[in-house]
Ligand binder design. Structure first.
Ligand SMILES: [Zn+2]
Length: 317
């Protein structure tokens, strides 16, 4: 139900998840909600996806004291397995692979929190680029005032344009920083576009889109990002495997909270307020003056009063 509702909302909102572009949405969404039939977690659960995960913040903000085994060499294990592959290795690995699916919910995209989870995850993207470098201070101030945690997907261009804001967000334990790509492109190995935005053209460009901003975030945060969301949140099912190989999990969504920052406050209030336990809500933090901040501020207090908890993705995934 969440899937069809989300798809409907995207259509109603003009199909805009670009978040920082104003092109007419001409891309058909037909088929985007289809499932490949495999578990959405399967690709993200590959062993190669664990690198760096231990450095992520825990739910309490304190380092895990898990008694990790001593790093003794394991003669039978392939040492290269845990090491992040190079661009050339990734390109070679997927050279013969053709994608079978394309859209918002292909295999490897996490669209909801684990089954049984009663909390809800708010996620906000900052897309960067022309028209996309704004900072929604009222939104962030509201989250802080109510101690509502969130996962913030930041594009490399937005970080470059907002160094002070980035520093403050990164230093705030309320927020987890995710990877929203290097230049905000739909993640395709064949150049497919979404909402008029050209996708990456091949496996090498997928690597660049993911790894470029991952390197930046690793340097700035002191640890690699755990979650990735592409510009427009579109993927093919080869591209999501590349993301997993690079140690990140692909974060989709089940509730389109602000229609790509196009919805007014009352609509945002309705959509965010409709989020069920276990939902992942997408919104934007780069469009001050839009309806996102006011809509979130109208919806969340009632949810809190009703006992709803909010979590960062790393708290439960
Ligand atoms: Zn975006």
């Amino acid at each position: 139900m969440a899937v069809s509702r989300r798809a409907l909302l995207v259509v109603l909102a003009g199909g805009v998840l670009a978040g920082c572009r104003t092109e007419a949405a001409s891309t058909s969404l037909a088929g985007s909600a289809s499932s490949s039939g495999s578990s959405p977690l399967s690709a993200a659960a590959t062993p190669s996806g664990i690198s760096g995960a231990a450095a992520a913040p825990t739910a309490t903000g304190t380092p895990s004291a898990a008694p990790s085994p001593a790093p003794t060499p394991a003669p039978t294990a392939a040492p290269a397995k845990a090491k992040e592959p190079t661009r050339a290795e990734v390109v070679e690995r997927y050279a013969a692979e053709a994608p079978a699916d394309w859209g918002l919910e292909v295999a490897g995209v996490i669209t909801e929190l684990p089954e049984g989870e009663r909390a809800t995850a708010l996620t906000f993207d900052a897309c960067g680029g022309p028209g996309g470098n704004g900072y929604d201070a009222p939104l962030i101030d509201f989250l802080r005032a109510h101690a509502v945690p969130a996962t913030l997907f930041l594009n490399a261009r937005w970080i470059d344009a907002n160094p002070d804001e980035f520093e403050q967000l990164a230093a705030d334990p309320l927020f987890e920083i995710g990877n929203h790509g290097t230049v905000h492109r739909p993640l395709s190995v064949t150049g497919r576009a979404a909402y008029g935005i050209a996708g990456t053209r091949d496996v090498g460009e997928v690597y660049d889109e993911v790894a470029g901003n991952a390197r930046k975030l690793t340097e700035l945060l002191g640890h690699p990002p755990r979650f990735f969301r592409s510009g427009t949140a579109h993927y093919d099912d080869v591209a999501t495997r590349v993301v997993a190989d690079l140690g990140e999990r692909v974060a989709g969504f089940s509730v389109n909270g602000d229609g790509g920052a196009t919805l007014g406050a009352s609509e945002v209030r309705r959509e965010v307020g409709s989020a069920a336990p276990g939902a992942i809500v997408i919104g934007h933090l780069n469009h001050p003056g839009g309806g996102t901040a006011a809509g979130v501020a109208a919806a969340v207090p009632g949810m809190l009063a009703a006992g709803r908890r909010f979590v960062r993705l790393s708290d439960v995934l």
